[in-house]
Design a protein around this ligand. Structure first.
Ligand SMILES: NC(=O)C1=CN([C@@H]2O[C@H](COP(=O)(O)OP(=O)(O)OC[C@H]3O[C@@H](n4cnc5c(N)ncnc54)[C@H](O)[C@@H]3O)[C@@H](O)[C@H]2O)C=CC1
Ligand SMILES: CC(=O)C(=O)O
Ligand SMILES: [Mg+2]
Length: 598
């Protein structure tokens, strides 16, 4: 009798039943599997006998999660669940996005990275070291999943606002890729978390006996570039068309410039952040009642995120009818030396030059307070990693000068947020248009007119766009990720709010709708790719919007239907062999080569 093939057709490429210690167990021992599936998977007898419902599994998981005392315990519980029963993990996450995203992503992933050496339990993702240069393709060949479609790469040198954490930054690619799966349905086995061990400037880590990376100081910029050149070639050689997301590199501008026209890649901190903040700002500007030309923005932080965000908003102001010069003049960027001006006396990093003020008449403004008093901003953005720096005094000034001040403290994790929601609401009498990088809870507040209501903060985090940029690029097999694809993702996000969400005063869609929003944002990203001629799946071009939405939805991994589709596929396979009934009623007719009768 023919042996059953273990290969199944998949919406996105996959080889499901590889059981390798570094990958989640796709041949999972799911207690929901009916007995004939267990027999097919050869897991019969390896799990408790009763085939239980997802509701029962969920009850148990949530109860176990509830028994964990700390956020890190919860983070670890969820990591283990992802490893042991990947479909159950994603069923749980997609059903409880609001509660679970903060545990698998910011803020808790920040603490997890800080304590990675201490809490490490199991391999997830790949580590590539400086010593591996020259052999990166051979090391990458060790990754057991054959059909990777997207990778997220960090060198750990700027993890959230927590500085250089070396290879302990691995929590970030894992967390980001988990969101790719949860939010836009890229199959879990098609994702590759990648951390580069290129040394660390963090001496405390190098001296820590538990640290698991190399003890060398960070390699030079030239060495890093040489390494990345080899890495990009090796990744695309093994997985042609792979989408490559750069994450949390200190000064990632040179790499983006170097690779963006020759690979399907993007930098999430510059571009993803730029797009997501664009989305919120489009809505906030509308809500503020002021035309673009009357806005004045102060950005604390002129790094990857600050400059990336400012550039996207300049583009928005231009599209709203302003000249580029007028649009650029709405922006005032502040770094450690104060307001970025052309005549400040220091050599500006090249990414800051575009925004250097020329109209300061020789005057220099050294502190945020001085800049604020000089500019009287309508928009205050924080991308500085400086927790609490938007003081009550600064917030009150924003409220004095503006009917609806736009205040976005965007640094992560929560401890680095430039202010919290409560302070922003209280010090602006509830009038601020607010969004933060890490989540804050809603609050009730009674304003000076005696009106009490519930206020809901926005979460302005690139998680609203990168999953769609990635999925759109994968589905269209784009040759590169264009500026227009990035801009369009933010614009599409801004338009994705429902009437009810607008009524509630939200600037971003409710997080519980993220999968639904991702379909629309993905479609718009694909349309932008199509307009730029960078798509390779040309058959999709002719689809109407609704057909394309249906196509995207059908291609998205859905953990809830995964067990059902497995049942269907096994059923079809067995019935096509004309041999269904003996399997379904519990016994395979022939002895298997490994001696098992099951
Ligand atoms: N909400 C979101 O989706 C995102 C948030 N971020 C957050 O933004 C923050 C910054 O990220 P990057 O721009 O990539 O980092 P970066 O290191 O490139 O830039 C940080 C900037 O802050 C400035 N800065 C630092 N200390 C300062 C001080 N004492 N006074 C004035 N300026 C100071 C630096 O001069 C630099 O311009 C991080 O906390 C990160 O977590 C980054 C990407 C996405
Ligand atoms: C969200 C993100 O990418 C960051 O904080 O770096
Ligand atoms: Mg980041």
């Amino acid at each position: 009798m023919a042996r059953f093939s273990t290969q199944r057709s998949r919406p996105l490429h996959a080889t499901p039943f590889i059981n390798h210690s570094t990958t989640p167990s796709y041949a999972n021992h799911d207690t929901a599997n009916p007995s004939y599936i267990r027999k097919y998977l050869r897991t019969y007898g390896l799990t408790p006998p009763h085939s239980e419902s997802y509701e029962t599994q969920k009850t148990r998981c949530l109860a176990q999660l509830g028994l964990k005392n700390t956020d890190i315990d919860k983070f670890q519980y969820l990591s283990t669940l992802r490893k042991n029963n990947v479909h159950l993990f994603y069923r749980l996450v997609t059903d409880h996005l609001r509660e679970l995203i903060p545990l698998i992503y910011t803020p808790v992933v920040g603490e997890a990275c800080q304590r990675w050496s201490e809490i490490y339990q199991q391999p997830e993702g790949m580590y590539l070291s400086w010593e591996d240069r020259g052999s990166l393709a051979a090391v990458i060949a060790n990754w057991p999943q054959p059909n990777v479609e997207i990778t997220c790469i960090t060198d750990g040198s700027r993890i959230l606002g927590l500085g250089d954490l070396g290879i302990n930054g691995m929590g970030i690619p894992i967390g980001k890729l988990t969101l790719y799966t949860a939010c836009s349905g890229i199959r879990p086995e098609a994702t590759l978390p990648l951390t580069l061990d290129l040394g660390t400037s963090n001496k405390t880590l190098r001296d820590d006996p538990l640290y698991m990376g190399s003890r060398r100081d960070k390699v030079s910029r030239e060495e890093e570039q040489e390494f990345l050149d080899e890495l990009m070639a090796a990744l695309t050689e093994r997985w042609p068309g792979i989408v490559i997301q750069f994450e949390d590199f200190k000064n990632p501008f040179p790499s983006l410039e170097r690779y963006q026209n020759s690979y399907s890649c993007f930098n999430d901190d510059i571009q993803g952040t730029g797009a997501v903040i664009l989305g919120g700002v489009i809505n906030a500007v509308k809500r503020s009642g002021l035309p673009c030309k009357d806005h004045r923005a102060v950005f604390l932080g002129a790094g990857s995120a600050g400059v990336g965000v400012a550039k996207q908003i300049v583009e928005f102001f231009i599209r709203e009818g302003m000249s580029e010069e007028d649009a650029r003049n709405c922006f005032n960027l502040v770094d450690t030396k104060g307001l970025v001006t052309a005549d400040r006396g220091d050599k500006l990093a090249s990414h800051k030059v575009y925004f250097a003020r020329q109209d300061n008449k020789g005057q220099q403004f050294k502190s945020l307070e001085e800049v604020i008093d000089h500019v009287h901003p309508t928009i205050l953005m924080g991308l500085s990693t400086l927790g609490g720096v938007f003081t009550p005094e600064i917030l009150r000034k924003m409220a004095d000068w503006n009917t609806a001040p736009i205040i976005f403290p965007l640094s992560n994790p929560s401890s680095k947020s430039e202010c919290d929601y409560e302070s922003a609401v209280k010090n602006t009498d509830g009038r601020c248009l607010f969004a933060s990088g890490s989540p804050f809870p809603p609050m009730t507040f009674t304003n000076s007119d005696g009106e009490a209501r519930t206020y809901c903060p926005g979460q302005a985090n690139n998680m609203y766009v990168f999953p769609s940029i990635g999925l759109g690029s994968i589905l269209f097999k784009t040759v590169r990720v264009t500026d227009s694809m990035i801009y369009t993702s933010g614009e599409a996000l801004s338009a994705a709010l429902t009437a009810e969400e607008i009524e509630r005063g939200l600037l971003y869609p409710d997080i519980t709708r993220i999968r639904e929003v991702s379909i629309v944002v993905t479609r718009m990203v694909m349309r932008a790719a199509q307009a730029d001629g960078v798509d390779r799946e040309t058959a999709l071009r002719k689809m109407s919007d609704s057909d394309l939405d249906n196509y995207i939805k059908a291609r998205m991994y859905d953990p809830h239907t995964e067990v059902r589709s497995l049942e269907r596929e096994v059923g079809q396979l067995l019935s096509s062999l004309g041999n269904l009934s003996p399997i379904l009623n519990g016994s395979l007719p022939e002895k298997k080569p490994n001696g098992s009768k099951l």
